[in-house]
Design a protein around this ligand. Sequence first.
Ligand code: BES
Ligand code: ZN
Length: 614
Amino acid sequence: MVRKSWLLLLYWLCGSAGAVTPLQAPDPHSFANFKQVRSRHLVLDLAVDFTRQQLTGYVEHRLERLDPTVQRLILDTRHLKITAVTASRDGVHWQNTPYLLSIADRLKGQPLTIQLQPDTQAVRVYYQTTPQASGLQWLTADQTSEKKQPFLFSQSQPIHARSWLPLQDTPANRITYQAQVQTSPGLLAVMSADNSANTKRDGHYRFDMPQPVPSYLIALAVGDLHFKAMSADTGVYAEKIWLDKASVEFADTQKMMDAANRLFGQYPWKRYDLLVLPSSFPFGGMENPRLSFVTPTIITGDKSLISLVAHELAHSWSGNLVTNASWNDVWLNEGFTNYVENRIMQQVYGQNRADMELLLNVQALRERLKQLPPADTRLQPDFSGRDPDDAFHQVPYVKGQLLLTTLAQHFGQDKFDAFLQRYFAKFAFQSIDSATFVRFFSEELNQDQSFSAASLSQWLHQPGLTDEIQLPASDAFRRINASQQQWLRGETSLSLLATNHWSVHEWLHFIEQLPRQLSPQQLSELEMAFSLSQSSNAEIFTAWAKLVIPLNHQQIIQPLRQFLLSVGRQKFITPLYTELKANPQWRSWAAQVYREARPGYHPLAQQQLDRLGL
Ligand code: BES
Ligand code: ZN
């Protein structure tokens, strides 16, 4: 029986092999033939085994045929163990069906090809994850804040969902899902779905996501989590240690949501909760619908870094509601989100703070533009054949944001925000490309072509940044430049600078404006006056450490070691290790710290840092 089905499978693959690839590549980062047959609903049934660090179970795909002649369903997988595939024509009776797991592509993983009968309505794939899953981090109890229970979280964006469930892993398709997750009692599982605050903590959890989402927004976390409400529609999940601090830090989330509702249309996802992850989380935040995942490094006690919450909340419109159809258009997600984030910050915290945040973004963009090959400084680079993880940098985020800021200046802020509101309504629950945005823009806002086609085309297709951008002037930043100059010229001492009321943004600006060549004398003056090596704000600490590593500033060594051993956020640790590697005197010390810290880092961070070759 087994042998016969294998022969059939071979025959079926060879007989129509030509049809497997040529039709497609609507998404260069997926093998899925979603234009012929699409998965419209998932049923997940998973057991979470912390001893083996393994998810085991099945995923059921309910199918919609777009091409009636289609004979196979191709799913994306990476490092998964497939144990069986069954198919059903009625959703009740299931039969084994032939499948083939092909050899791995370096970027896309292994296509799983499943034979379909003309009346197949659904398939189930039984599988296990493996320790190589790039989209999962398994933490032992020791690696968590409370040190009592293990922790698991997923990170699917951009193409890591396929490492923990076989699916059509493309942002061009949207699915609803339901899930059943089993784990040890005492642990709580949460997903990017409807999490109920009063769930019984018995180890059996059920989820339902009735709104269609792209695959990269499917998310799961399991740990010793507790919930605290912040308002009727917002709350925090965290390990107990963080719960109170987090709910104070994020208390303005409801205000942010109210502001976004006014500007961009009613929040479409019911609740908005935040999940505080362990500090090994490789990002600042991830916009998983109804439940953004965030790093604890933004819990500083002074709300100085909560623009990150505004950012992840903003994705509820830009990204989660209107989605880039492929990772070549990532600016549609991240550039729009930076714009919306800044509008929320302006509404809730005022123009000055929003302006400082924009200027800090521009500063980071300018630094990045110096390092990138010109082709990668375009808003729409071609990422086929390249890892979409590398598509996320300041260009789509900040150049994208600046394009929208420029349009808002040209058409007027209110008119532009109203246009965006119509854009989000028009393309709600759709995945679109840049051309679709440009068409809508031409029809809805630029009918008289007052914004020239040449200018728009330069923004979208040319490398670099035009000189024409108008940036806000920040008095606070100007004052800092002036006093810094005075000190550098020896006209004043640091203790005379009025730093008492400087915000974190002002400190960041101060550090980033410092010359890269400071004398040992100047370094110790700075250290004496401000103790920057002791800063508990991860942004300030990193900005300072990046500056002083090349200068062999000894006082950074101990706190830096501590930082690298406890924080896994790539935005901080990658530049720090990069600077350390470039300093011949500190390089072997850094390699030693990395060896010690590596087991606690997320697989994605490990991969990125291994590439540095410390
Ligand atoms: N969607 C991103 C997180 C992400 C980035 C996932 C790259 C996969 C690849 C998220 O919305 C984000 O942009 N986070 C930023 C914070 C933001 C304030 C710029 C981050 O993690 O630093
Ligand atoms: Zn983002």
